[in-house]
Design a protein around this ligand. Structure first.
Ligand code: PNS
Length: 181
């Protein structure tokens, strides 16, 4: 186990099984892993930062050395503020490499003492990304197996608000009142 804090920054919109796989792997090699959600993402997110935090909180509840946080601005500044020694990032395929290498080298230029560590998620998640999950879910496709069940449910609620109403009726129906009595 590597002593010290590592930060795993990202958008997590939404968290996928690939993210979870990496968090689990990271938690095994770092003393403490801080999963940090970028707050000021320019993209219009599907889930608010609060919603992403809530999902990640439930999903990582069993991992005692995993902490959650959010950050704004430069990631290296956030990493410094929490005394992180390493940045954890996932590489799924060669296509990720160029962007990740650029980011790691830019971060190194900004903060030479911060090391980036790359880990590979399980190969079954090598094609899973939040963007594709959102796209599949938005067009009505199945995302089972790509995201945790909790996220699957949140996607369903987000894309079909009627689904939430079916589960939690806002108004007590006569049938429900009778059932409760
Ligand atoms: O999950 P993502 O969207 O691939 O995560 C990208 C993220 C949040 C790690 C990256 O965009 C980031 O660190 N943004 C913060 C701003 C910053 O530090 N930019 C310079 C990095 S080269």
């Amino acid at each position: 186990m590597t002593k010290g804090i590592a930060v795993y920054p990202g958008s997590f919109d939404p968290p996928t099984n690939g993210h979870l796989d990496l968090i689990e792997r990271g938690s095994k090699i770092f003393e403490e892993l801080v999963v940090a959600i970028l707050r000021n993402s320019e993209k219009s997110p599907m889930f608010s930062v609060a919603e992403r935090l809530e999902m990640l909180r439930e999903l990582t509840a069993g991992l005692k050395n995993v902490r959650l946080d959010t950050f704004d601005g430069l990631m290296v500044q956030f990493a410094k503020s929490i005394h992180a020694k390493c940045v954890l990032r996932g590489i799924r395929a060669i296509s990720d490499y160029e962007y990740e290498l650029q980011m790691a080298l830019m971060n190194r230029r900004l903060e030479p003492t911060l090391e980036t560590v790359f880990m590979m998620p399980a190969d079954k998640y090598s094609y899973v990304s939040s963007r594709l999950v959102r796209e599949v879910a938005q067009t009505g496709g199945p995302v089972k197996g790509l995201v945790p069940e909790l996220v699957e449910q949140k996607l369903r609620e987000k894309l079909d608000p009627a689904y939430k109403l079916q589960k939690e009726p806002l108004i007590d129906s006569p049938r429900r009142r009778k059932k409760k009595a």
